[in-house]
Design a protein around this ligand. Sequence first.
Ligand SMILES: [Zn+2]
Length: 560
Amino acid sequence: MKEVNLDKNSNFSEWYNNIVRISKIIDDRYPVKGMPVYYPNGYFAIRKILSILEDELEKNGFEPYWFPILIPYDIFKRESEHIKGFESEVFYVTPSKPIEEEKEIKYILRPTSETEMYYMFSLWIKSYRDLPLLTYMTNTVYRYETKATKPLIRGREILWNEAHTVHKDLDDTERMIKKSMEIYSKVFWDHLSIPHIWVRRPDWDKFAGADYTLAADTILPDGRFLQIGTTHLLGRNFSKAFNIIFEDEHPFIKIDKNKFEAFNENNYRYEIEIIENKIKIRLYNNNELIKSYEGNIEFNGEISEDNKDLINKISDIIKNKFNENKLINKKFAWQTSFGISMRTLSAVISIHGDNKGLILPFEISNIQIIIIPIYYSEDEKNKILEYCEKVYNLLKEKYRVRIDKDETKSPGWKFNQYELLGVPFRISIGKKELENNTVTISIRQYNNKSKNYEVKLENLLNELNKLIVEYDKEIKERARKYFENKILKLDNLKDLENNLDKNIAFKVPFCMREECAKNIKEKYSLDVRGTDIIPEEAKDKKCIFCNKDAKYYVYIGKSY
Ligand SMILES: [Zn+2]
């Protein structure tokens, strides 16, 4: 076998490209660019990550759906921003001999499932009683990547889970956005020990068709950002394009923190603004102001669609002051969508792995425990293999365990091999263990640290329980330390330039102009990733790139 570079620190990119192949995550010799084949060591971990996510979603009231892989092009193109965002990346599907009624129809492979799902949502949703609708789908989506592809990170076939929700009002929609972040962070950090930050993407970088996009970013050892999850507040952009309309209990629609709107039968629009105890109401026909009213309003509770007291009072004012009796209760629904993909595994590999190979959280390892028999004679062999079976039977109900009986490989070779594959625990059984009625457990730990534990067979399950907790804790602790110094906060360009080769990312004061972001990309190859979820203000600071007044601190760095 050719010598491969497994020095993670000297060349991370090369390490990554080697490790995903030799540790049996993927085989990219399959002759379609960006579509590798996944080995069990990789596919099992991806499937497990997605199933952890599915469990979390289901605990929160989501249900699984399946939608077809083909989308008719005329459905796909209904939301205009959405199609602009994806058009250059879609695969068209044409039958070799279409039947007469399909001659004019163009199909695409789904690049994401908003449009096909929302076509059906418009048929399903009729009343506020149908909401919220909480759906998810674990599937594959297809994007025609032309840039260099990278296993698990950038490819043409994406294995992922996408969730889509429909709500009756903005408040409920925003609660779902928060919930989606909680669910994702639980998967990333609690289960997989991937450190990450949540970032509000700048407007020019949001999902096509969304009001805004929040993203979970981690940072790989080369200092580059990797987006591992996104959640989009779609607002009513898709419901308007797809006619997802429901009958509500009242006509008022909260459109901002302190603003409602409502429509009458002639499609005239009431805009209602509440500031403390003042209420302003304006009536528009298209953009023409027809009538306005200002007055006082006393009410209890929050400014929300669920506040019956407030809603009744607004309703009365409109009846009395505008003589209005024909407000309509039909509303466009509010929506979110969010997704995470097999990229999550690339973060696990990149952040936890070392020069000996993969290190996987116990929960997602395809093989959790490998039993390796060690013997030197035929007579020993039978007894030791028999003992191995006994240990195997003890463990198999609870753990994913194998015995490696391959006689063509030495125990030493096997030790290295299973460390490369990232198997968390190795149990070796030889003459000594047989005689003492014990096993020797070794933990897959970092670099050259090695700890062996000789454990009595009757204590094995108990001991393993403790060691597994320790094993995962060490992964988490190490990841926490790793991330501590990955983002440097700076206020001037000189400091940034001096740190460009340090494999880290930055947080800097920024003017929030797209043009400035483009210049930065050109000059430094750095991407403006966005602000904190609640943006950190940079009052009295200058944008470190253009010297105009800064608005917020943004995260900035190279990215995948
Ligand atoms: Zn600027």
